[in-house]
Design a protein around this ligand. Structure first.
Ligand SMILES: [Zn+2]
Length: 114
């Protein structure tokens, strides 16, 4: 994490959904990543085509299982996609919603579908 969230480069429709998601989840959202420039996305190892590049994704700190459940429940009820990290969730509004993880698959370290 470096810098502050870049809300003015975020997709307005996504921000509205994110606000609704926060309301439904009933927990504060501590956002650790929002819009990313292509150079920043490359630097931090984000995937090619990451929704962060389009201002349609955030990463939210998520320290425990209860908070994780509340946010995933709210996000999926709104048609948002969720990526599960160890202590954070990635939320985006891609066209066809999915739930994905960041775990290496079969030791190959296959890139996350972010
Ligand atoms: Zn993310």
């Amino acid at each position: 994490m470096d810098g502050q969230p870049v809300f003015h480069k975020m997709n307005p429709a996504f921000l509205q959904l994110l606000d609704k998601c926060r309301e439904l989840a009933g927990v504060p959202f501590v956002i650790t990543s929002s819009y990313r420039s292509p150079s920043k996305n490359r630097r931090i190892g984000g995937s090619v085509g990451s929704m962060h590049l389009y201002g349609r994704a955030v990463d939210i700190q998520c320290p425990d299982g209860v908070t994780r459940w509340r946010i995933i429940k709210a996000a999926t009820s709104l048609g948002l996609s969720v990526g599960v990290m160890r202590s954070a969730l990635h939320i985006d509004n891609r066209e066809i919603p999915i739930v994905f993880d960041y775990y290496p698959r079969y030791g190959e370290g296959v890139a996350a579908e972010e």
